[in-house]
Ligand binder design. Structure first.
Ligand code: PAF
Length: 292
């Protein structure tokens, strides 16, 4: 399939590849020209958080690819694969305005053709007992599609947000374990004014839920401050959980972990600690994390 060029008189021009052959042709020409290539993997429905990843990519590479693919294998049955927001035309425009070069937006059949039978098996940070406890096959799906995207796009570096911190650690581990040769760059979470971490799923929140959603971040901040002031981990986490439950959240987990290995930590000060939380407001599941 040829790559249509999306032109905007104000913004840059962006190529759109819907298949791997087109993608490879464009990337091969950049490689021949000696360009450094960054990949920003995404599932689309771009917000300012994604655009901060693109901004970082542009600082580090001459060419930036944005992949947009709502990956079915990382959704469990009953999750929001069918209703996940899809807005390709708007995303391409936003990426063009941010100065990106190429959108790779394959169909499901291009990524998982008939007979597809290979999955990356993940352990270590993927089995930390955080997201994986509630979404057991999620990280195998993420790792498999990210490995494929790396093979398809052959980037020098790839940019991931700290918003999905466990995912970031899973990808870093996979890159080391499989010698994938892609530099992984982490970018801090972008937040709304009230502290809510930006996420494509925030648009599921009703106005009333949105007004309360930032309490998740507020609970993490209070817990972080308590730990920094010498509080013990158990009571600090219990207070955060209590505050969230009192505000109507159904808490899946709130935990303090080693920031690198994601292993449980018994006492503040014994390791670089990161706080992790996932909680549901109505039917929307929010996740967030914060360095202590
Ligand atoms: O973070 C995401 O948007 C997705 O998990 C990713 C990395 C694009 C893989 O589908």
């Amino acid at each position: 399939m040829t790559a249509p060029i999306v032109s905007d008189p104000v913004a840059n021009s962006v190529a759109l590849a819907r298949d791997v052959a087109t993608l490879r042709t464009i990337v091969a020409a950049w490689r021949d020209a000696g360009e450094r290539i960054a990949l920003v993997p995404s599932m689309g429905a771009l917000h300012a958080g994604h655009l901060s990843l693109v901004e970082e990519a542009k600082k580090r590479a001459g060419r930036t690819i944005l992949s947009i693919f709502v990956n079915p294998t990382q959704f469990a049955p009953g999750e929001d694969f069918g209703s996940y927001p899809r807005s390709l035309a708007r995303d391409v425009e936003a990426f063009a305005a941010a100065g990106g070069d190429l959108v790779f937006a394959p169909e499901v059949e291009e990524v998982y053709p008939a007979g597809f039978a290979t999955t990356v098996s993940v352990d270590g940070p993927a089995k930390a007992g955080l997201e994986d406890k509630f979404r057991p096959d999620h990280f195998a799906g993420v790792a498999t599609v990210v490995a494929k995207l790396f093979q398809q796009c052959r980037p020098d570096l790839a940019i991931f947000g700290e918003k999905d911190y466990q995912q970031l650690k899973v990808v870093e581990r996979m890159v080391r374990d499989l010698d994938l040769g892609v530099e992984i760059v982490a970018v801090p979470t972008r937040r709304a004014r009230d502290g809510l971490a930006l996420s494509s799923r925030n648009e599921y929140l009703s106005a009333q839920e949105r007004a309360r959603a930032s309490l998740l971040y507020a609970a993490l901040v209070r817990c972080r401050d308590a730990l920094r002031s010498g509080a013990a981990i158990g009571p600090a986490l219990a207070a955060a959980r209590g505050a969230l439950e009192a505000a109507g959240f159904a808490v899946d987990y709130i935990d303090a972990r080693h920031a690198e290995t994601l292993a449980p930590v018994a006492a503040a000060g014994e390791a670089p600690i990161r706080l992790f939380a996932a909680a549901r407001l109505g039917t929307t599941r929010l996740i967030d994390n914060l360095a202590v």
